[in-house]
Ligand binder design. Structure first.
Ligand SMILES: [Cu+2]
Length: 114
């Protein structure tokens, strides 16, 4: 059996122990994802989206008309998004949030945060 010195064991273990808090931080950050919703032809795509609480959603307006993505329960609101502009919101409330465009009542979609 090889004779591994105590110094060698410590030198090997220390970097791994030092990296642990760093790994915990990066795992936490990796959990918050960014999702994308395109607004095109007076419709949200995808019309139904599942996210995790804390995730972000970027709404991009591909129409010439201005739109909003406004949650019916008030949990998020992009405000007016003009042509080819994007607005990012963070989803902080769990549950199923119906949302619509304030200007066009027929534009409806659903975002579920779990
Ligand atoms: Cu609209």
């Amino acid at each position: 059996m090889p004779n591994i010195s105590r110094r060698h064991v410590i030198a090997t273990a220390l970097p791994a122990i030092a990296a642990l808090p760093l790994l915990a931080i990066s795992a936490r950050r990796a959990r918050a994802a960014t999702h994308r919703v395109e607004i095109k032809g007076f419709a949200f795509s995808p019309a139904s989206l599942n996210v995790a609480v804390g995730d972000s959603v970027v709404f991009t307006n591909r129409d010439s008309a201005p739109h909003t993505a406004t949650a019916l329960d008030g949990s998020f609101d992009t405000g007016t998004i003009r042509r080819n502009k994007a607005v990012q919101v963070t989803i902080s409330a769990a549950g199923t949030h119906g949302y619509r465009c304030k200007f066009h009542a027929a534009m409806k979609a659903t975002l579920t945060a779990g």
